[in-house]
Design a binder for this molecule. Structure first.
Ligand code: NAP
Length: 541
């Protein structure tokens, strides 16, 4: 029997699952779903795979997780074949890795690139999702898997006069593929989060002059990035199984964990020495391989914060400038802690100026630069390192409608409501990879992603085996989960900072702590228990 063109089209438009996004999560979701024998179609806005690493090509962009754990674990062969160059790989290398994975497992054939999903509506009669794209396609699927990333909806602040600027402007999360030549240019960077802190030292070396517009001074810990020696590589590859297993059950999906000891139990000198030793090692371990009370107890947190303040003071030669760069008013690490490669040192350069927006706020953007309350800073290029509408933004902008046409953004008007961060009541068979209410951004993303995809695939297998067609969380399960996520966050110092974890960076966004802070290992255990109890908390029918 020959299949007609129309027949093939119809088949392609009626699939088991649609996956949105071709980053770490989307690629793995397609791999697993196909392995289960499902017909899958994927859609990706970008022209290629990579997600975060496709879009964030700004100078200095790279992973803050150690390379040997910032990767997939599903294929032992892949793990042995691929060799990372350095401790913290640059964006270009991670993108190459994801392209390699896509080729190696023949994943691209399931994706349509340059295609954004601009609507997905659940039809109760057919129990199917009707997915529409900006290319005019309509695809029907039983399962809708969103792999849209947590930090993919770039937020460019609505500063008056932005369109008057005659120079070029860029957002770090939408960086041009051809790169930006800063040589001989007067550059302004607005924002000193992780992206700004990675980009600023690199731009400063290229630009004629760099002006950094800082609203809130940020803590930062040295990355101490370096090349991996062949000996390290072979040791890591030999022990990779154990390393991965440790990550899976750790608090933040990394190859280290909090000590079984509080900072406040140590005498000052011992504590200082331990902080110093870890500072010399570099990386997140300084905070997240240290003392748990630093995130729960203000007194312990103050010790850590003062340690970093001293480091900033030692590094920045001009004492008045150091004062402006030293953070105060919120506990350290309650805004995502950046890792840096010479960030504070950059302010010792003659071609770098810091503008403290708390003293001289931005009034407007003008045709030749940025006007603050005291002067106009003349610029050829503005870089917005101003962050993202995190976790909810990438989902609400898709145009998802559940039962009775209810819009996801309406349901979440007062903050996202999910069960396990993976599903939401009223939207059957919608599965969100690392959605709000899951650990997601509070650690190593690939660890989180693999757990989520595997768990969703387990749920879909359960449905298919039991002859059920839909799974949807109960209202009660969702409410309990929401309370649990909030209670856990409230036990920490995190809610004290105006961070994107709380939506505080987006005007009008409800102040709700978005990720699950109970730890990757604990979350994994809870998810496994839910599965063992026949997916307790889901209405399955
Ligand atoms: P971010 O952490 O939200 O930082 C945005 C910065 O822009 C903040 O300094 C913010 O100031 C400032 N800002 C925002 N609106 C402004 C305005 N209207 N005027 C002046 N300043 C403004 O964003 P990000 O640096 O892009 O990082 C977001 C997240 O992406 C990170 O936390 C991290 O999870 C991830 N990331 C990861 C890596 C990595 O793994 N290597 C690298 C980069 C980013 P306020 O603090 O005052 O709001």
């Amino acid at each position: 029997m020959t299949t007609t063109h129309a027949g093939r089209e119809a088949a392609a438009n009626n699939v088991d699952a649609v996956v949105i996004g071709a980053g770490f999560a989307g690629l793995y979701a397609v791999y697993r779903l196909r392995e289960m024998g499902l017909a899958v179609r994927g859609f990706e806005r970008g022209s290629g795979v990579g997600g975060t690493w496709y879009w964030n090509r700004y100078p200095g962009a790279g992973s803050d997780s150690e390379s040997w754990v910032y990767s997939y674990t599903f294929s032992p062969e892949l793990e042995q074949e691929w060799t990372w160059s350095s401790r913290f790989p640059p964006q270009s290398e991670i993108l190459r890795y994801l392209e390699h994975v896509a080729e190696r497992f023949d994943l691209k054939r399931s994706f349509e690139f340059n295609t954004a999903v601009n609507g997905a509506t659940y039809d109760e009669n057919s129990n199917r999702w009707m997915v529409k794209t900006d290319k005019g396609d309509t695809v029907h699927a039983t399962y809708l898997v969103t792999a849209v990333g947590c930090l993919s909806a770039a937020a460019v602040p609505n500063i008056a006069g932005r369109d008057d600027f005659k120079g070029a402007w860029y957002h770090t999360g939408q960086w041009p593929h051809e790169g930006v030549d800063f040589s001989g240019k007067r550059v302004g960077v607005i924002g000193t989060g992780s992206s700004g802190i990675q980009a600023i030292p690199v731009i400063a070396k290229q630009a004629k002059h760099l002006t950094v517009f800082q609203r809130t001074p940020n803590f930062s810990v040295p990355a101490r990035n370096r090349a991996l020696t062949p000996e390290e590589v072979s040791n890591l590859k030999r022990n990779i199984k154990e390393i991965r297993e440790f990550c899976r059950w750790s608090t933040i999906g990394q190859p280290y964990d909090f000590k079984n000891q509080n900072a406040l139990d140590l005498d000052r000198e011992t504590l200082r020495q331990q902080l110093e030793d870890n500072w010399q090692k570099g990386g997140f371990e300084w905070m997240f391989g240290a003392f748990p009370d630093m995130l729960y107890d203000q007194r312990a947190n103050d010790i850590a914060a003062d340690f970093v303040r001293e480091k900033i003071r030692e590094t920045v030669k001009d004492a008045k400038l150091a004062d402006k760069l030293i953070p105060a008013g919120y506990p350290i690490a309650t805004k995502r802690l950046p890792l840096d490669s010479g960030y504070f040192e950059t302010f010792n350069r003659d071609n770098v100026t810091l503008v403290d927006l708390r003293e001289t706020p931005i009034e407007r953007i003008v045709e030749n630069g940025v006007r603050t309350s005291d002067t106009t800073h003349e610029l050829d290029i503005i870089v917005f390192a101003t962050g993202f509408d995190a976790l909810t933004g990438p989902l609400t902008r898709v145009g998802i409608r559940g039962r009775q046409g209810r819009k996801l953004e309406d349901k979440w008007a007062d903050g996202p409501r999910t069960y396990l961060g993976v599903a939401t009541e009223g939207f059957p068979n919608l599965f969100m990879i690392t959605g709000p209410g899951s650990p997601s951004v509070l650690g190593n993303m690939p660890t989180s992603i693999e757990q989520h995809v595997d768990w969703v695939c387990g749920l879909i297998t359960h449905l298919r085996k039991s002859g059920a067609v839909r799974a949807e969380p109960t209202t009660q399960a969702e409410e309990h989960w929401g309370q649990h996520v909030k209670e856990l966050a409230d036990q920490t110092l995190f809610p004290q900072a105006d961070s994107w974890y709380l939506g505080a960076n987006i005007p009008g966004k409800p102040r709700v702590f978005l990720p699950y802070i109970g730890g990757f290992g604990t979350y994994r255990k809870l998810c496994n228990e839910v599965a063992d109890k026949g997916y307790e908390g889901f209405a399955i029918g």
